[in-house]
Design a protein around this ligand. Structure first.
Ligand code: X8Z
Ligand code: ZN
Length: 592
């Protein structure tokens, strides 16, 4: 360690270091104020959709863009970057972060950037104010009894009546209609901005944060998908039969009809394993308890309790009856000032799914807490990469559903026993294996084609379903949807609208999650990764904190290597599920 510090100090040139630092300090002083303004306005717009909040969010984002993309800032950052050899590695990383942010808002394209920002805020408002409806709407398009996203998910999770399922699933897809034109428009604007900055497309811009090209990312994702394909195939066969029996239907020859699956996009297949349904254990809990338990998980590892601002300012529960406000229905975690103001936006109901999601969101929150320290300059208060940010909460999600943990927390009775194969099957269906083709394939391939290949709007629907079929083996319930010019089933996935060209983050997070989990279980806990308990283990906490508190001050490949001794690899994930693959193979053979 000492040698590294010395060699850095020797290479860096004091006058250059001081000059660059003065630029970085100036940058931060204004950036932090604008970022905070922007994040607060976006928070207000996401928690209370209104023309006023939308206008404020647009104006704040445009002001931030004008600063981060100011040609004088870009020129000065580039000039310092050209002198990297005279600077410290930390300074060079900050310059890279500044130039990356500028790539999304080049200041010589103000009109284009501002048009894109306004279109983004507007479309988010359309999405967040949408009301799902099972009945006929009135003449003004209002629904007499709107449904929440939670209501939809509840029905898809429980109904065994295929006709009812189709009705609910179709209602869930209605949101795509008002979003389709906006997505087509945004695709062009996002691409135009990214290409002005020299990227292949907006997708290429987002991927560049990993130090990769769009095609390199797609090749990596296809490889991950291939690694998991033998297991996915078995799981798919097993699931198809299980669902057919549940609904009293013949087993389909090929793909699974989309409305048969419990999730709106078929991205996780919960509730299929008999005897491991945890929802009954959560039914009598208060929604507040869900977040408190997730906090308790992290606190037991040695992380601090959440600060008062989290509890005061977060928006954690569904909009109470009687309030007319609309809020974004998808869970998220926010770092509003890159300092102590951390909040989460959720719509928690007491069930196992929200229990997992709360662990995921607090993973983001504890990442924020851990890297908010003087050693990490604000522009580097990010994950080692975006996948690390997603992966920490997903890791907690796996840890929080370990039987020993659930027993210890009193969530299930002390004598609660789960068959190990069933436990692994549940994990494969709900957290990992069913998800991989959706993340590596469906979402990423669609967005790659959308941005890199300029997929025309009149092909959104046909391509989406061709890709869903190819990767997930899931079929559109009614072929007429493919020819419906108004429909856009891809647009129904929140991330396509407001977290664009980044879904591979979750695919990579899933891979990293098992690399970390295996390391923690075997090397720190010295327990079987299939049945281990992180609770109260401060060594596990220290290991995780060691990753989180770095933020993005080091290259993500080094962070992963230092933590696990390994490059990015599906090895741990494939090994974890190998007993299940064998079991499924036998079961599927028996059933044939
Ligand atoms: O969007 C999320 C989080 C917020 S970052 C709840 N997730 C993905 C999704 O819901 O599609 C978590 C896993 C996948
Ligand atoms: Zn997340």
């Amino acid at each position: 360690m000492l040698t590294l510090v010395l060699s850095v100090a020797l290479a860096a040139e004091p006058a250059a270091v001081a000059g660059a630092q003065s630029f970085l300090d100036d940058y931060h002083s204004l950036f932090l104020r604008l970022y905070t303004l922007d994040a607060n306005a976006s928070w207000d717009a996401a928690t209370d959709v209104s023309p006023l909040n939308e206008g404020r969010a647009t104006a704040a984002s445009q002001a931030t863009a004008a600063f981060v993309g100011d040609p004088r800032i870009i020129a000065e950052a580039r000039a310092w970057k050209a002198r990297s050899a005279e600077l410290t590695p930390l300074q060079v990383r900050q310059l890279d972060a500044i130039l990356y942010a500028a790539g999304d808002a080049p200041g010589d394209q103000t009109l284009l950037v501002n048009t894109r920002i306004a279109a983004e805020t507007r479309l988010r408002g359309v999405q967040d104010a949408f009301e799902y409806c099972l009945e006929a709407r009135d003449a003004a398009g209002k629904c007499p009894h709107p449904l929440s996203a939670n209501d939809i998910d509840e029905k898809l999770g429980t109904s065994v009546d295929v006709a009812e399922r189709l009705k609910v699933w179709t209602a869930a897809k209605e949101i795509g209609v008002p979003l389709k034109g906006g997505l087509a428009e945004l695709r062009t604007l996002r691409n135009d901005v990214a290409r002005k900055s020299g990227y292949s497309s907006y997708f290429g811009y987002q991927v560049s944060e990993y130090g990769m090209t769009a095609d390199e990312m797609m090749a990596l994702l296809d490889q991950l998908n291939r690694d998991m394909a033998p297991l996915y195939k078995e799981l798919h066969t097993w699931t198809k039969r299980k669902l057919a029996a549940r609904y009293g239907q013949p087993v389909p020859a090929g793909d699974i009809p989309a409305h048969w699956l419990p999730n709106r996009w078929g991205q996780e297949w919960g509730g299929l394993v008999d005897g491991v349904d945890l929802d009954p254990y959560f039914a009598d809990k208060k929604p507040e308890w869900i977040t408190k338990s997730a906090e308790q998980f992290y606190v037991s590892l040695g992380f601090p309790a959440l600060p008062p601002v989290f509890w005061e300012k977060s928006d954690l529960f569904p909009v109470p009856d009687g309030q007319t406000r609309h809020k974004n229905s998808h869970a998220s975690a926010w770092h509003l000032d890159l300092d102590g103001d951390i909040r989460s936006l959720m719509s928690i109901q007491p069930d196992a799914n929200w229990f997992g999601t709360a662990h995921h969101e607090l993973g983001h929150i504890y990442y924020y807490v851990s890297y908010t320290r003087p050693e990490v300059p604000p522009v580097l208060r990010r994950g080692a990469n975006r996948a690390f940010h997603e992966g920490i909460g997903e890791l907690a999600n796996v840890a929080a559903f370990q039987p020993a943990y659930l027993r210890q927390m009193g969530i299930v009775p002390k004598n609660h026993k789960v068959d190990p194969v069933k436990q692994l099957l549940k994990e494969a269906l709900e957290q990992t294996v069913a998800f991989v083709p959706f993340a590596t394939g469906t979402m990423s391939r669609f967005e790659y084609e959308l941005y890199e290949k300029e997929l025309p709007a009149d092909q959104f629907q046909a391509r989406w379903w061709a890709i869903v079929g190819q990767y997930q083996g899931i079929a559109v319930p009614d072929a007429a949807r493919l020819a419906d010019a108004a429909a856009c089933d891809a647009c129904t996935k929140t991330h396509v609208i407001d977290d664009p060209a980044q879904y591979y983050d979750y695919a990579l997070a899933t891979v990293i999650k098992y690399q970390l989990h295996e390391h923690i279980a075997r090397k720190i806990l010295k327990q079987d990764p299939h049945d281990c308990n992180y609770y109260d283990n401060k060594e596990v906490g220290a290991f995780l904190r060691g990753i989180l508190e770095k933020g993005s001050t080091e290259d993500w490949r080094k962070v992963l290597r230092d933590a696990t001794g390994e490059e990015l690899s599906t090895r741990a994930m494939v090994a974890h599920f190998e007993p299940l693959r064998k079991w499924l193979e036998k079961e599927n053979k028996k059933a044939r």
